[in-house]
Design a protein around this ligand. Structure first.
Ligand SMILES: Nc1nc2c(ncn2[C@@H]2O[C@H](COP(=O)(O)OP(=O)(O)OP(=O)(O)O)[C@@H](O)[C@H]2O)c(=O)[nH]1
Ligand SMILES: [Mg+2]
Length: 387
């Protein structure tokens, strides 16, 4: 499944995020809403009318050519995509039902790759069910939005009419809406959007209402999809950078451990670790100049991304450990000289090398992790600045 941008544009922005995040933000802001792809998942329990909804939403009947298969003859067995004829780049994904034998509820989220979709329509029939709760929670966890559709309302109305003497349509519909709202509020949905639908042909009222809401919200839904996708892309870029920097640590560590002259070694170490630190700060775009540029373009303050003294902790610990290693080394050398223990000289060098290597390695690794975590906060800036 393709994301909100076509592959070429996505790669171009990925490169820019790597080399010049400010330029990347400017480019993201220039993307036209019509060019943003929106992948909508139609999900819910088996047989609730998901495929029927896909057809109705696309303005066709279940038995028209090109319609999604429905009913007993056509349970949906794998996610299937349909383009919407009226909205460019809107793709409806007819998903299999959650909790069927082929798609057990506990495996559903991973197997249908729910996280890949931008927006969701949960179709539920008859009652607000445990699987509806599960879906709503998963979608909210991802910071995404959904509409809740109660289908087969005509069945409920018919059943109620047959079983209650004081039946009124208004009261039954109000009770159904109430049930949906209660269920959604329990899972913490802010301003739930609920639509009541009957089989196409019987009542188009709910479907038309849903379409109007969707049309009004479509530009923002697309922008949101783009923002989330771009901030995920940025995290990938950061993680790649982090891995590249971490792969280089061993070379710094070997070099630092290999310089045997005491004073020179301390000097080389400090210079080495400082230049590595500077390289990572610039690499993660956390230097003062990059931050100022970013703040100027995005108009989002970058205060929480600034380098603070806590980031220097691993380096200070490093310096102390290095001094201790050298003191230990000198002491061993003196003991060996005074007592004539020549065997000490045999293992002194390898021990000092190993200690020195390990301290440099750990200090640089901790520093890279701390800087990468700081840089992760850019994700928030990226999201805010592309609103
Ligand atoms: N009365 C009534 N029947 C409906 C409604 N929506 C769907 N149906 C019928 O319910 C049956 C199942 O509909 P589908 O659209 O195939 O349901 P689905 O959720 O896609 O089913 P799976 O793919 O098996 O999970 C079909 O016979 C539809 O005609 C509705 O709102 N009212
Ligand atoms: Mg289906």
């Amino acid at each position: 499944m393709e994301g909100p941008l076509d592959h070429q544009e996505n790669e171009r922005i990925r490169e820019m995020l790597e080399t010049d995040p400010v330029a990347a933000i400017k480019r993201i802001n220039l993307v036209q809403t019509d060019d943003i792809r929106l992948n909508i998942a139609i999900t819910g329990e088996p047989g609730t009318g998901k495929s029927t909804f896909v057809n109705g939403f696309r303005g066709i009947n279940n038995n028209d050519e090109g319609a999604a298969p429905t009913g007993c003859g056509g349970p949906t067995t794998s996610p299937t995509s349909y383009l919407h004829p009226d909205y460019p780049h809107v793709i409806l994904w007819d998903l299999p039902g959650i909790g069927s034998t082929m798609w057990p509820a506990d495996q559903y989220v991973e197997r249908v790759e729910l996280k890949k979709f931008d927006f969701f329509i949960i179709i539920s029939a008859n009652r607000f069910r445990e699987n509806d709760v599960k879906l709503a929670e998963e979608i909210q966890k991802m910071g995404k939005k959904f509409y809740f559709v109660r289908s087969k309302i005509n069945h409920n109305l018919r059943d109620e009419e047959q079983s209650r003497r004081d039946f009124t349509e208004e009261e039954t519909l109000a009770a159904i809406i109430e049930d949906c709202f209660k269920g959604l509020q329990k899972v913490g949905t802010e301003s739930p959007q609920v639509f009541l639908l009957s089989s196409p042909g019987l009542s188009q009222h709910g479907l038309n209402q849903l379409k109007r809401t969707f049309e009004r919200e479509l530009p923002e839904l697309k922008r949101k999809a783009l923002r989330l996708s771009m901030s995920d892309l940025y995290l990938q870029v950061l993680d790649n950078k982090k891995q590249r920097f971490q792969a280089e640590i061993k070379y710094y560590s070997i070099f630092s451990a290999a310089v045997p002259i005491p004073l020179l070694s301390a000097f080389v170490d400090l210079w080495l670790i400082y230049s590595a630190f500077q390289k990572y700060v610039v690499g993660f775009r956390l230097n003062a100049r990059s931050l100022e540029e970013m703040a100027a373009v995005t108009r989002v303050p970058c205060e929480d991304v600034r380098i603070t003294s806590t980031l220097l902790k691993p380096l200070i610990t490093y310096a102390v450990l290095k001094v201790l290693t050298q003191v230990a080394d000198r002491s061993m050398a003196s003991v060996a000289l005074m007592k004539g223990y020549s065997f000490i000289s045999l293992f002194r060098r390898p021990v000092v090398f190993a200690l020195s290597f390990t301290t440099t390695y750990i200090a640089l690794r901790l520093t890279i992790s701390a800087l990468a975590e700081k840089a992760h906060r850019f994700k928030r800036i990226l999201v805010l600045s592309t609103m």
